[in-house]
Design a protein around this ligand. Sequence first.
Ligand code: MG
Length: 376
Amino acid sequence: MKKIAVAALVLAPVAVFAGLYGDTPNEKHAWSVHDRNRPKPSRVTVNEKGVPSDAIVLFDGTKASFEKNWSNGKGDPAKWIVNEEEGSFSCGTGFKFGECATREEFGDCQLHIEYKHPADIQTIHNDAQMRGNSGIFLMGPRFGYEVQVLESYYTCKELEGQPEFIQNYADGQAGSVYAENPPLVNPQRKPGEWQVYDIVFHQPVWKGETLVHPGSVTVFFNGVLVQDHWEMEGQTTHCRRRPLKPHPTKGPLSLQDHGCPVSFRNIWLRPLASRWDNLTHSDLTACPQKVMECRRETAAALYAKIADPKAVTADNIKALAEVISYANEGKYAASFWQALEAYRAKPGDEKEVASVNRDLDVLVRNNVIPADAKLK
Ligand code: MG
């Protein structure tokens, strides 16, 4: 084995552009720009109904699906009425149906849900908040965040002063984050037509009692953006501003019984990684400590792999060069040289060898490795 001081492999102060192809990782980014070691996304396909292959189908239109996935929030059967012919389930009047909540609990998610108000909808008690009111409580009614469901087709600026206009407060109409933020626009269809919400939800992130990020909700309403990455101000309540507070990281998806007839169908959800844990997308909120851990794990896994001489391929040495550009720890010096010496070029591999050496040359120029680190 080549005799070399371990210190010679330790990352020296180098040029700003120290990576092989782009900027190197930093305390907010686990990966170099164009890093070949960055995990590749898994494949997801979408079926003819538009449901992604990695989604959890929470309601497929059948009674069996309803009973399996939904309860009254306490584990007992929900009282809402399933209509298999229409492929829907419904709440009615009188506040006697109660909560309808998923048996499974979720945190950050992408949610698809469709709802409909009766074509002959009546405003109950002459109160616009009693016109098709329900709600989608992300993480449940106790801690959660409500995206409002309401019949709001006639609540729009253009109809103000007209006889059909229905007065309502903007931060409580359909597509609002209830009591916080009105929808950007009103794309609601007429009562009797199905409405579609596609929601991306990230819960607030806490470190103990300290709020790290307030979380966010993005809502597409019938395909139109109405909540643009809204950062939550508090947990939903009526009339008050209730501040954010730490809560369990999972809760049910819950539908509100607000004493109004509303039907739901075609509900699916994709759990998402917390932005705090998502190290493959370099979010600005990434936890520096986790990023560093992730980087060290990447390096360790690669060094473990090339300990087997059969794994010492040109591809793996190029991956190693990438790792060394940002995780050049002295403890791996011997492994690095072993890998270079274990490489056995076969006739016809000249281009491959030249390509690896070009990468190694970048590291030499940046004083990361000594000049004689080359494949023969
Ligand atoms: Mg509501």
